[in-house]
Design a protein. Structure first.
Length: 199
């Protein structure tokens, strides 16, 4: 009998095993849907709270349909916090000072306050859309750590690239935006906080 089989039954032994948060975490995120369903069915608040972050990037309604009423409003708030995070990052890009030049990296030096060209702005907005579409928190974190290896040249174009130049350049604004995104993620309240639980 595999470890996972312990989660599929409804015996007293299974309740005891399932109530062991450390044991259940061994199966996250691979079996998050099954664990969430079982935790909700048997009212394990700490296990529900530990499982829900694995759905942080999931669509709102499918997760709401699995939750008991007491969790619905906190989950909607949590989901909205994520939506606003990407909206704020997109707004940060729009608020940058634009240059009319076709290139914003001519000096070779970079600072977060530098002006930005249309090519780089467009590329950053495509990147943000791609990040927002990532449906697991683990993949999002991994992508933010190394966006230049996760996305091809077509997604992360830079004004330093020309049609005749086959070299790939890493746009320094990509690093600025991914760091900003990571900082905002680090400041998001946890779902447990929104529920008022101390985990």
């Amino acid at each position: 009998m595999s470890d996972w089989c312990a989660f599929s039954g409804t015996s007293r032994r299974d309740f005891l095993v399932f109530d062991d948060l450390a044991y259940a975490r061994k199966f996250l995120p691979q079996h998050a849907p099954e664990i969430l369903a079982h935790a909700v069915k048997h009212n394990y608040p700490r296990l529900i709270t530990a499982t829900l972050p694995h759905f942080a990037r999931a669509a709102l309604v499918p997760v709401l349909e699995k939750l008991p009423p007491a969790y619905m409003i906190p989950w909607a708030r949590y989901h909205e916090a994520w939506r606003l995070l990407f909206k704020e990052v997109a707004q940060y890009i729009w608020n940058r000072q634009f240059t009319s030049s076709s290139s914003c990296h001519s000096s070779g030096r970079h600072s977060a306050e530098d002006v930005i060209c249309k090519t780089c702005v467009d590329s950053l907005h495509v990147l943000i859309r791609h990040l927002e579409e990532i449906d697991t928190l683990a993949t999002l974190q991994e992508t933010l750590q190394s966006p230049n290896t996760k996305y091809k040249k077509s997604v992360r174009t830079c004004c330093r690239q020309s049609g005749y130049d086959s070299r790939e350049y890493n746009c320094p604004f990509v690093d600025d935006v991914t760091k900003l995104c990571q900082n905002k993620i680090d400041k998001l309240p946890s779902f447990a906080t929104l529920l008022g639980l101390k985990v």
